[in-house]
Design a protein around this ligand. Structure first.
Ligand SMILES: Cc1ncc(COP(=O)(O)O)c(C=O)c1O
Length: 448
C-alpha cells in the first residue's frame, strides 16, 4: 500500500525517477478470464470524491451565490447578465423546439452552426476553418476546455496556466492527470495587467505540452496585446507547444484596444485550439453552447474526448446559435450590449474610486478588479475572502474574492472582482449600498 502511495505521489515528479523506471503506461497484456482488477489506490473513506478533485471543493461562484441569497444581497459575483439575449434569438430557439428538432445533433455539432462559426471567426481576421474537420460544438466553453485538455494531455504532461485563472482550468488539468505550471499576471507600470516573459520562460520544462491562455482575460479584463501574444507564440514555436486560447469575451471589447486570436499569428494556425461560446456575447449564459476551432489533428483529439463527455449538445439551441451568429439584428444587438457594458463599467468604476477602492479599468468583459485595501483596512479586514463575505453580509453586495482564482493567494488578496453585466438600476443600488457600508461606523473585524 505504502509503495503504491509513493508511486502515485511521485508519478509526475520532475525528476522522473519513478515514472521512468516503472513504465506505468505499458499496454495491458491480453485479458484472461475472470478479469481481475489491479489493486486500487487507498481511498480515504471520509470522502467519495476522487483525490484528483478533492482539492477543489465547491466553486467560489456557488458559495458566493448561496451567501448572496442568504443575505438578500445584490449579486455582483457571478458573471451572468440579469437580462435575456435578443428577442429574435429567443424566438429562434422556441421555433426550433416547435419544429420538432429535438433529437441528438451530430457529434461535432449541427453543420449550419459550424458554418456560422467559421464565417464569424474568419470575418474577425482569422483564417477560414473547415467546418467539417476543424470545428466542434461543445457544452459551453467549459465543455470545450474539458474536451481539449482531456483530449490532448497525457498523464504528467505539464500545462502553463496564467494566474489568476478561470477556475475550471486547474480542475480539468487535474482530471487529465496532468500538471499545471503557473505564470502570474500582475499590474504593470502602465496600470495594465501583464505577465513577465521571464516567468513564462521559467515555467516551461521538457514536459510542457501546452500553454493555456485567456484573452480577453477573466478576472482582470485585460487584453493580451501583440507583444504579449508574440512572446507566447515564440515560446510555442521554440518548444513545440500547443496554444489553447479561451476567448469567450472576444466580442465584448469595451475600449479602443482590439482583441486578436493567437491562432492568427504566423506559425500558430496548426498548433492552436481556439475556444469560445455564445453565452457572454448574446447574454444566454444558461444555454451552454460553446465551440473549439483547431486544425484537423487537434480537432480529432478534442472530439475524442467530447464524444464521451457530452456526445452532442442541445439541438434547438444550436439552431438558435447559428441564427444569432448570422442575423444582422443580433449583431447590432451585441453592439448595443457593448455600449451598455461600457456605461456600467464607467459608472461602477467611478463610484468604486470615489468610495476608496482602487479599480483598474478593464478593457473587455464583465468584470472590474479593484484594490480594496483603503476601503477595508479601517474595518480590520485584510483578506479578500473576509472582505467579500463582509460586503455580502453587511453591505448586501456580493462580489468574488479573486484569490479563489490563484494558487498563490497573495497575488489577489488585496483585490475584489465586481461584475458589471447587470441592469443600470441594479448597479446604482449596489453603489448606494456600498456607500452606506463605507460611511457607517466601522464594525471591527480584527479577528476575522
Ligand atoms: C474565461 C472564461 N472561460 C469560460 C467560461 C465558461 O463559458 P461557458 O459558460 O460558455 O461554459 C467563462 C465563464 O465565466 C469564463 O469567464
Amino acid at each position: 500500500m505504502l509503495a503504491w502511495a509513493i508511486i502515485r505521489t511521485n508519478r509526475c515528479s520532475r525528476f522522473g525517477l519513478v515514472t521512468g523506471s516503472l513504465n506505468l503506461y505499458e499496454p495491458p497484456a491480453p485479458a484472461r478470464y475472470p478479469v481481475r482488477m489491479p489493486p486500487q489506490a487507498p481511498r480515504q473513506r471520509d470522502s467519495q470524491v476522487t483525490s484528483r478533485l478533492r482539492p477543489f471543493g465547491t466553486t467560489i461562484f456557488a458559495e458566493m451565490t448561496a451567501l448572496a441569497r442568504e443575505h438578500n444581497a445584490i449579486n455582483l459575483s457571478q458573471g451572468f447578465p440579469d437580462t435575456d439575449g435578443p428577442d429574435a434569438l429567443l424566438d429562434a430557439a422556441a421555433r426550433a423546439i416547435h419544429d420538432h428538432d429535438n433529437q441528438y445533433a451530430p457529434l461535432p455539432g449541427l453543420p449550419v452552426l459550424r458554418h456560422a462559426i467559421a464565417d464569424t471567426w474568419s470575418a474577425n481576421g482569422n483564417r477560414t476553418p473547415d467546418p467539417e474537420s476543424e470545428i466542434t460544438v461543445t457544452a459551453g466553453c467549459t465543455g470545450a476546455i474539458a474536451a481539449t485538455l482531456l483530449g490532448i494531455l497525457e498523464p504528467c504532461d505539464e500545462v502553463v496556466v496564467f494566474e489568476p485563472f478561470y477556475d475550471s482550468y486547474r480542475a480539468c488539468v487535474a482530471m487529465a492527470d496532468a500538471v499545471p505550471s503557473f505564470v502570474q499576471i500582475r499590474r504593470g507600470p502602465e496600470g495594465r495587467f501583464v505577465f513577465d516573459p521571464a516567468h513564462l520562460a521559467a515555467a516551461i520544462t521538457p514536459r510542457t505540452r501546452a500553454i493555456l491562455l485567456n484573452t480577453p482575460h477573466n478576472p482582470t479584463g485585460t487584453i493580451f496585446d501583440d507583444q504579449q501574444l508574440g512572446v507566447i507564440r515564440d515560446a510555442c514555436l521554440e518548444h513545440d507547444l500547443i496554444a489553447i486560447s479561451d476567448e469567450v469575451y472576444e466580442h465584448l471589447v469595451l475600449d479602443d484596444a482590439s482583441h486578436r486570436s493567437i491562432a492568427s499569428l504566423a506559425g500558430m494556425a496548426d498548433r492552436t485550439v481556439t475556444l469560445s461560446s455564445l453565452g457572454k456575447t448574446f447574454s444566454v449564459t444558461g444555454w451552454k453552447i460553446g465551440w473549439a476551432i483547431a486544425p484537423p489533428d487537434l480537432t480529432k483529439a478534442v472530439r475524442a474526448a467530447h464524444q464521451f463527455l457530452a456526445y452532442a449538445v442541445a439541438t434547438p439551441l444550436q439552431h438558435a446559435a447559428a441564427f444569432a451568429l448570422t442575423d444582422p439584428d443580433c449583431d447590432r444587438w451585441v453592439g448595443d450590449l457593448r455600449d451598455r457594458l461600457r456605461t456600467n463599467r464607467d459608472t461602477l468604476s467611478d463610484a468604486l474610486a470615489d468610495l476608496g477602492f482602487d479599480p483598474i479599468q478593464p478593457q473587455a468583459g464583465y468584470f472590474i478588479m479593484a484594490d480594496h485595501t483603503a476601503a477595508s483596512s479601517p474595518r480590520g479586514l485584510v483578506d479578500d475572502v473576509a472582505v467579500a463575505r463582509a460586503l455580502t453580509a453587511e453591505a448586501g453586495v456580493a462580489v468574488i474574492p479573486p484569490s479563489a482564482f490563484c494558487v498563490d493567494r497573495e497575488l489577489c488578496r488585496d483585490q475584489l472582482r465586481f461584475a458589471f453585466c447587470k441592469q443600470p438600476h441594479v448597479i446604482d443600488e449596489a453603489i448606494a449600498r456600498l456607500r452606506r457600508w463605507i460611511n457607517e461606523p466601522a464594525r471591527s473585524h480584527a479577528d476575522t
